[in-house]
Design a protein around this ligand. Structure first.
Ligand code: BJW
Ligand code: ZN
Length: 280
């Protein structure tokens, strides 16, 4: 990728000392992890993610919601960081005051070389009790020995075409019980209507308030309060550079819009910012 926009963004990145990289689901798309608003596949085709990612959905049908997250967690386990994740790590290595803020619940930034991103929406890998909040162990990733999942009310029959052998599970699944109080264990993510972890939100607002560049990557910027992080930076005068194949509500506040996939644009941006470095 080349062009005047890339050159302009590269100048901004090369001049930055305290950049914030703010990421959404598009960051992991080229790793094969579906974005939140992508159409669901397999058994999950008929469900709307916005309706599954709620406390009410979990209360109404814990097996449905737990099974959806287990399917996704296992998908993420099989995924690898893409060149975009590695480019973000290269920025953080070049500029040690970089803060990476992610809305993603996968672990691809960590595996891509950013050890401690600020996580606004939790993690697929930190289940906890839905009643007493005690952290719970992750279920084993071994395929269940009992065979295919039980049919479940309302779910489509599994036609086998999209199964992910040898990990046979892909469907509703009863959550484990808390070892302390027996209540169902829930995914350690932030659902609609729930407060974001205050330490993470505070860290994100502080970083955005003090940054000298905000690079937003792969987010539709539809979900609040996370979507306000780039706005905070812009309001305080930091240039905002966006990487996304399509327009978003952030277009208007961006100094540069780089239309393209993160896995191609970010390595090109790093190479253009520091042509003499062997990174990205
Ligand atoms: C590529 C690409 C490639 C593709 N390269 N790019 C203000 C206004 C309106 C509503 C609200 C408001 N404030 C709060 C609300 C309500 C609500 C909300 O925002 N609703 C909106 C939908 C209207 N917010 C909340 O409920 C939040 N809580 C809250 O406000 O609590 C108040 C409270 C305070 C005190 C006490 C109690 C309560 C919580 C929000 C939690 C969001 N959680 C989720 C689910 C996490 C678990 C899970 O994954 O299942 O987080 S929702 C979902 O959206 C997920 C994501 O992190 C988040 C953002 O999505 P993201 O990352 O932008 O993904 P997509 O799919 O939308 O977009 C992908 C983008 O990538 C696209 O643009 C593509 O083009 C692009 N792309 N390929 C680069 N290769
Ligand atoms: Zn408990």
């Amino acid at each position: 990728m080349t062009g005047p926009e890339l050159a302009e963004a590269a100048l901004l990145l090369a001049a930055a000392r305290r950049p914030v990289v703010f990421t959404g689901a598009g960051m992991s798309a080229e790793s094969g992890v579906p974005t939140f608003r992508d159409a669901q596949t397999g058994l999950w085709r008929r469900y709307d993610p916005q309706e599954l990612a709620t406390p009410a959905a979990f209360r109404a049908d814990p097996a449905l919601v737990w099974g959806w997250y287990e399917t996704r967690r296992r998908g993420v386990r099989r995924a690898e960081p893409n060149p975009g994740h590695r480019a973000v790590a290269a920025i953080a290595a070049r500029l040690p005051e970089t803060v990476v803020i992610t809305q993603n619940v996968d672990d691809l930034h960590e595996r891509g070389g950013v050890p401690a991103p600020v996580r606004l929406h939790g993690s697929l890998f930190a289940p906890r009790c839905s009643a007493c909040a005690r952290p719970a162990p992750l279920p084993s990733d071994l395929p269940p020995s009992a065979g295919p999942p039980e049919p479940h009310d309302g779910a489509e029959p599994h036609d086998g075409a999209e199964s992910h052998a040898p990990e046979a599970h892909d469907g509703p699944l009863d959550p484990p019980a808390c070892a302390d109080c027996g209540a169902p264990v829930r995914p350690g993510v932030v659902w609609f209507g729930e407060a974001l972890p205050s330490a993470a939100l505070d860290a994100a607002v502080e970083a955005a308030s003090g940054c000298d560049l905000l690079l937003t990557v792969g987010t539709s910027a539809l979900v609040h309060p996370a979507a306000e992080i780039p706005l905070v930076a812009a309001r305080l005068g930091a240039p905002v550079v966006q990487v996304n194949p399509v327009p978003t509500p952030l277009d208007a506040i961006c100094a540069v819009n780089l239309r393209g996939p993160a896995g191609e644009v970010l390595p090109a941006l790093v190479r253009a910012a520091w042509p003499d470095d062997a990174v990205g």
